[in-house]
Write a protein that binds this ligand. Structure first.
Ligand code: GDD
Ligand code: MN
Length: 383
């Protein structure tokens, strides 16, 4: 269905198969991939500029527009442009989303180097040859058109909120890559690097970051650009995409750091559980005897910890029913507390250093108890 639609929309140029890699790389050096959704006003400005700059630099190229069935006349605009420029339009009708559109374009690209850029002229077309050259000559395996490297920048009217937002998002990605602008949607990568990627499953907008991590890019070069605000059309970046970014980051952390990433999430969840425990305990003390209040507070905290651990920390572990997981989780937390207590008791009674200092022995108990609890959660509860 998709094939026939593409063929119907593209009478003048060849439709490409949608499931296989396009390996005919003899025709050009560079494929410029432009994901679009409702960018009919921008394409007639962008395409000639990109084409002219590449031609002036003596670089052979094709432009692949990946459109998610905008129905705004993008097909007619592309057909017109294709009469003068080496341009192909791929229309997707089943899937949607910026990242998957970029991957779709890469799978059908014919060049041996890929450049990805937005259609809205935020990314300066005159920098495309610089990205290509950096990838060819500087031994880089990933080149970013970067706003945050010396010489780069963003438009003045980027409000404080968008700027802060972008900086914060960048900070969260820092454990994954030290480059200054990992959020960028303007970048270049070699076909060979792309083909050697671990399985790609980006959610949301940050396809560049996904490729840096999954293609294990080491030598990342930044070419300074000034990011211009879009003049025509509308941005599609909304709050949902920001939440998607957090989900995407979690996946990338898990990929890069494995069990350590899970342990980190487990500890973060546990810390919130400790706060809940104390608050509930303080509240219950108002009406219940201490022993009972303590028991209820602990149980509330376990239940509190259960849900984010199931949904986030161990989101892959779906072998058991939720009821079974809950019972096992409460049991493993209880066992964890016993281990914590035993460790504390052993240290306190057997090691002279802790004699008379019961508080000092507690952290060791907390560490072993948490480790024990984590291992049970990982290997048994959320297997
Ligand atoms: N095919 C397709 N499908 N294209 C899409 C979709 C989609 O669902 N959503 C957006 N696009 C296209 C737009 O048409 C545009 O060409 C490009 O992707 C970027 O979309 P914008 O809506 O203009 O995004 P932005 O300006 O908010 O975000 C840009 O800057 C961010 C950094 O501040 C993008 O480059 C982001 O990748 C980048 O992180
Ligand atoms: Mn934009």
């Amino acid at each position: 269905m998709q094939d026939s639609l593409e063929t119907a929309l593209l009478p003048q140029y060849e439709a490409t198969p949608t499931s296989t890699l396009d390996t005919d790389t003899s025709t050009c050096l560079v494929t410029v991939i432009v994901p679009t959704f409702r960018e009919v006003e921008n394409l007639p400005i962008l395409v000639p500029q990109v084409a002219n700059h590449l031609a002036d630099a003596g670089i052979s190229f094709e432009i692949v527009v990946v459109d998610d069935n905008s129905q705004d006349g993008t097909d007619a605009a592309c057909a017109k442009l294709a009469a003068s420029f080496p341009l192909r339009l791929l229309v997707r009708t089943q899937d949607r989303g910026l990242s998957s559109a970029v991957l779709h374009g890469m799978r059908h690209a014919r060049g041996s180097l890929f450049v990805v850029m937005d259609a809205d002229l935020s990314h300066p077309p005159e920098k495309v040859p610089d990205l290509v050259k950096a990838l060819q000559t500087d031994g880089a395996d990933f080149v970013i058109g970067s706003r945050y490297t010396p010489g780069g920048g963003t438009d003045e009217n980027w409000g404080l909120f968008r700027w802060l937002n972008s900086k914060f998002a960048t900070l969260l990605a820092w454990p994954l890559t030290s480059t200054h602008d990992p959020m960028a949607g303007f970048f270049a990568i070699r076909r060979a690097t792309f083909e050697a990627a671990a399985p790609l499953d980006p959610i949301g907008y940050k396809i560049g970051l996904e490729l840096i991590v999954k293609c294990r890019c080491q030598a990342i070069k930044e070419v300074p650009i000034s990011f211009r605000d879009r003049v025509l059309g509308q941005s599609k970046l909304n709050f949902k995409e920001q939440l998607n970014y957090l989900r995407h980051l979690k996946r990338l952390y898990d990929f890069r750091f494995g069990a350590w990433a899970q342990l980190f999430q487990f500890i973060c969840v546990g810390s919130t559980g400790m706060i809940v425990d104390m608050l509930v305990f303080a509240l219950l003390l108002l009406f219940l005897p201490e022993t009972l209040a303590r028991g209820f507070a602990i149980w509330t905290a376990m239940t509190w910890n259960f849900f984010p651990n199931r949904k986030v920390t161990f989101s892959q572990g779906r072998a058991r029913s939720i009821g079974m997981q809950y019972v096992l989780f409460c049991m493993s937390c209880t066992l964890g507390s016993v281990v914590s207590w035993l460790t504390w008791y052993a240290l306190y009674t057997a090691i002279p250093m802790f004699d008379g200092h019961p508080l000092l022995a507690a952290p060791a108990g907390i560490v072993t108890g948490t480790a024990f609890n984590f291992l049970l959660s990982k290997h048994l509860v959320f297997k």
